[in-house]
Write a protein that binds this ligand. Structure first.
Ligand code: FE2
Length: 587
């Protein structure tokens, strides 16, 4: 992945001494030093074997005939930015995401491939590592720590204990991803404790997820060696965790944005920022184009009053300190990998140039390096194991003329509550009631080929469409179909069999919008721009037709998500999350 420091110590030592010559010399930099919180003017940086060999006011002794010299004319130079917690197994291939990240100055991604593992297990994990390899960006991965979400109901795939042990031997696998369920930790669930022990024995990092935990429960969780959390949404939660020795990733992504709430209170309380970072937890194609990425977090933090160098350290040094990688990354100093950003100003924070391992990858706001296109195996593009649907697959049988149905009422795209509706039946089938915003909603197993499914009812969707279907869900991977009539529901489901995954909108038998996601049914193999256009078109088709929510793609994504209240749908049935029991479709 990169040259190990141990293999090049003599080479870069010799360059520092001027007894060997640098590959690259960056002259006349205004160097943002994240170690001393200084901006040092007129500095030179000599780079050899992908690493910084010398930093000082005159590197002329490192210049040889073959040294590339770039005069940066006083521009600001910072370490590359990192996203310490992101799910990049969504929407686009890692190679496509890498382009957008690099243009925003993000040179390291700490990826948690929970989605692809939940669909394809260890085989998918290994294939995903392959898709992350040999790219001009550093992608580190963790073994997903949140699966299964709930052993009683979940049918997601995960890694076995022996597979997790094998996975952490891979040089780019750093440990265990967000351990969702702090209850499993505070209850000392034997499987969870065994996994955590294995990680600790192997000096691995364990990422946390402590939404709702406090006091003795938070203490118990932290005592297990889980030292980070990206869930705090306010100052009280941040400070309680910092006081217990945790590291905080301030989340600013597509599902939640917490920066504007947290930063002002951090500033007014003069919190020590060395254990604060920014993370996205996942970005959709629209948001990364609209806002930017970690560079946006730095910019916004500065706007809110954080010292620029401090904000830059939060986006760089602090992340690598947390991951115990500070010998290799985090600042611009001798021995460090030369991941360097060049800025005209620290206001806009759009990098003019980006170097990864001393290689120029972005110049004048464009990618200037080849990005490898990986060969994608056929098996991972065949995960929608379903047979052609017809209207009768969406029938809810009932012998009476009127049925009392339990419904899933959408409070937001994400949060649901239990409801009821009185519905008419026709020919033994309970009908949806689109005029009253009562929809049919169905979940089908699409990864095991069991042909099992559940059809139920959903309210408060509001769109004037025939059907909306998706294969991307957290983290059960059912095919979800929401519809105002059975015929369009069948067309939508069949569309996704044809594309082997993605999202689709259907009206009167016609397809209005489509976002194919062939890889595992969750990632498109298309270029970023095409995916982005399809995504915009899909959401706007639903929103413009009257949907009550601005991000309708999140509805099927969260409908089976067992970590949130109140009611969820799986192919195995409707789950009352609080009672941890199945709910009948008709009461
Ligand atoms: Fe996450």
């Amino acid at each position: 992945m990169h040259t190990k420091l141990s293999s090049v110590i003599s080479d870069i030592n010799a360059v520092a001494m001027g007894e060997a010559k640098a590959d690259l010399l960056l002259k006349n930099c205004s160097l943002v030093n994240v170690y001393t919180r200084e901006i040092l003017p007129s500095m030179d940086i000599a780079i050899s074997k992908q690493r910084v060999a010398y930093v000082g006011d005159d590197a002329s002794h490192t210049k040889g005939e073959k040294t590339t010299v770039i005069d940066l004319e006083g521009k600001y130079v910072t370490p590359g930015f990192a996203d310490p917690h992101v799910h990049i197994d969504q929407f686009v291939l890692p190679s496509e995401f890498a382009k957008k990240a690099l243009l925003c100055g993000v040179t390291s991604l700490f990826s948690d491939p929970i989605d692809i593992v939940s669909v394809c297990g260890y085989r998918g994990f290994r294939e995903f590592l392959n898709l992350c390899s040999n790219l001009p960006i550093r992608i580190f991965n963790v073994v997903p720590g949140g699966l299964p979400v709930d052993r009683k109901f979940s049918h997601s795939r995960t890694l076995s204990a022996s597979q997790a042990k094998a996975a952490i031997k891979h040089s780019s696998v750093l440990g265990l991803g967000e351990v969702f369920s702090w209850i499993k930790v505070t209850n000392r669930d034997s499987k969870t404790m065994k996994t955590i022990s294995t990680m600790l024995d192997n000096d691995c990092i364990i990422n946390g997820h402590t939404a709702g935990a406090s006091g003795k429960k938070l203490n118990a969780y932290v005592s297990s060696g889980i030292l980070s959390c990206h869930e705090p949404i306010n100052y009280d939660q941040v400070i309680e965790r910092l006081r217990l020795g945790m590291w905080i990733m301030i989340r600013e992504g597509s599902i939640r944005r917490d920066l504007k709430e947290i930063i002002p209170s951090v500033l007014s309380s003069r919190v020590f920022t060395d254990r604060l970072m920014f993370c996205s937890d996942g970005l959709d194609p629209v948001d990364i184009d609209k806002y930017g990425y970690i560079n946006y977090c730095v910019k916004e933090a500065i706007k809110l009053g954080v010292e620029p160098i401090e904000a830059i350290a939060m986006a760089s040094k602090n992340c690598f300190d947390y991951y115990n990688m500070d010998r290799d990354l985090g600042g611009i100093a001798p021995g460090k990998l030369a991941d360097i950003l060049v800025f005209d100003s620290l206001d806009e924070l759009k990098p003019h140039k980006v170097f990864v391992g001393g290689k120029l990858v972005v110049s004048n706001g464009s990618i200037v390096t080849q990005i490898k296109k990986h060969i994608i195996p056929k098996w991972i593009k065949k995960t929608v194991k379903l047979e052609k649907f017809s209207e009768k697959d969406f029938v809810v049988k009932c012998k009476t003329t009127v049925a009392n149905a339990n419904t899933i009422n959408l409070k937001t795209e994400i949060v649901t509550e239990k409801g009821t509706a009185q519905l008419a039946t026709k020919d033994g089938n309970v009908l949806p009631l689109p005029d009253k915003d009562v929809w049919k909603v169905a979940a089908f197993d699409r990864t095991y080929g069991s042909k099992k499914g559940t059809v139920s009812f959903l309210t408060n969707f509001g769109a004037q469409i025939g059907a909306f279907a998706s294969t991307w869900t957290f983290h059960e991977n059912d095919l979800i179909v929401i519809g105002s009539n059975e015929s369009d529901m069948a067309v939508a489901a069949n569309n996704l069999i044809k594309t082997q995954g993605g999202m689709t909108v259907v009206m009167d038998g016609k397809t209005l919008a489509s976002l194919p996601m062939q890889l595992g049914g969750i990632i498109s193999t298309d270029p970023f721009e095409k995916v982005s256009n399809n995504f915009i078109n899909l959401n706007s088709t639903i929103v413009d037709s009257g949907c009550r929510f601005s991000k309708p793609h999140l509805i099927p994504l969260f409908l089976p998500f067992l970590a949130l209240p109140d009611v969820r749908i799986l192919y195995s049935g409707i789950v009352d999350v609080k009672k941890r029991s199945y709910l009948p479709v008709l009461s």
